[in-house]
Ligand binder design. Structure first.
Ligand code: NCD
Length: 316
């Protein structure tokens, strides 16, 4: 296989931010993830992670990220320890994150961490000898979600750049869009940000996009933005990150994707969403060919299989 000719070594590497990766490295990961699809579906099996243990440390709620990491590990013959409820851990007794990480590092080969504090994964990586994979740090970053989002766009649209991509919703607190805006800029995609006025993309992220030569447009006119879009990436309003409930109440229900709105869209528009969705995509959209979000969620498995295999040094 041609891409294996240019071997890249990710063994022991932390995955904290998509900004730590070059386009070449991202392409390599995405190609490797493609090889993993039949293993992710259970059609093929190879226990390349046999004897390896993953610590799955979730200090925040999760369905897809945690389960797909665990499924990825299991499907490659590895084992998982960890928790999804920090209330049942020594954190309750006042233990620091650093100490919890030291323990998980001693008990396993790799750590996957989701934490409400921005920068937590970077901090964890300082206390662990083994690789740390950031599964979301507060309103910060979500690099493995970003890779599965890129994988989905590449699989559906055959390329990442040259697409018109609309990022919609809570661009202020949504960590998935922070990572994705940067990565899409790396590929030269045409970006439009659509959000309520108080939930705009942070300046810092816009500047990162600009430093890569991208000139993202910002608007609150969703109808106009989706007319010639190739990809519409919808996000949930991140209720849990709002400092006060009133601010949330002002924006809740500010946008909703339904079939009427989509009647003006291109036939091959794909709609993505990191999930969970609450009210921002009407269930009637699920039956349309635009709806890609469930397939996107499945893609978390081959992408995370690729990442776990690369950082632990296992090879298909
Ligand atoms: C997202 C997250 O946790 O950042 N979900 C996910 O990982 N698939 C998005 C969200 O919670 O809205």
């Amino acid at each position: 296989m041609s891409f294996f000719l240019i071997q890249m070594n990710f063994e022991g590497k932390d995955i904290i931010s998509i900004k730590d990766f070059s386009k070449k490295e991202i392409n390599y990961i995405l190609n490797y993830a493609k090889e993993m699809v039949s293993y992710a579906k259970g059609e093929k099996y190879k226990d390349i992670l046999k004897g390896k243990v993953l610590s799955s440390l979730f200090f925040e709620p999760s369905t897809r990220t945690r389960l797909s990491f665990e499924s990825a590990m299991n499907r490659l013959g590895g084992r998982v320890i960890g928790f999804a409820d920090p209330g049942a851990t020594s954190q309750k007794k006042g233990e620091s994150l650093a100490d919890t990480i030291r323990m998980a590092d001693a008990y396993s080969d790799t750590i996957v961490l989701r934490h409400p504090q921005e920068g937590a994964a970077r901090l964890a990586a300082e206390f662990a000898d083994g690789p740390v994979l950031n599964a979301g740090d507060g309103a910060g970053r979500h690099p493995t979600q970003c890779l599965l989002d890129l994988f989905t766009i590449k699989t559906e649209k055959k390329r990442i750049g040259k697409n018109k991509i609309v990022l919609l919703g809570d661009l202020k607190y949504g960590r998935t869009v922070h990572s994705l805006a940067y990565a899409l800029s790396l590929y030269g995609a045409d970006l439009t940000f659509v959000s309520p006025g108080s939930l705009k993309m942070p300046k810092e992220v816009i500047n990162e996009c600009k430093s890569l030569g991208s000139e993202p447009a910002s608007t609150s006119n969703l109808e106009k933005a989706i007319k010639d879009a190739d990809v519409l990436y919808v996000t949930r309003i991140q209720k849990e990150r709002f400092p006060d409930a009133e601010e949330y109440n002002r924006v809740v229900g500010a946008y909703k994707i339904d079939n009427e709105l989509l009647s003006a869209a291109q036939e091959d528009l794909i709609i993505m969403h990191p999930l969970p969705r609450v009210t921002e995509i009407s269930p009637e959209v699920d039956k349309t060919p635009h709806a890609l979000y469930f397939k996107q969620a499945f893609n978390g498995i081959p992408v995370r299989m690729a990442l776990l295999s690369l950082v632990t040094g296992g090879k298909i």
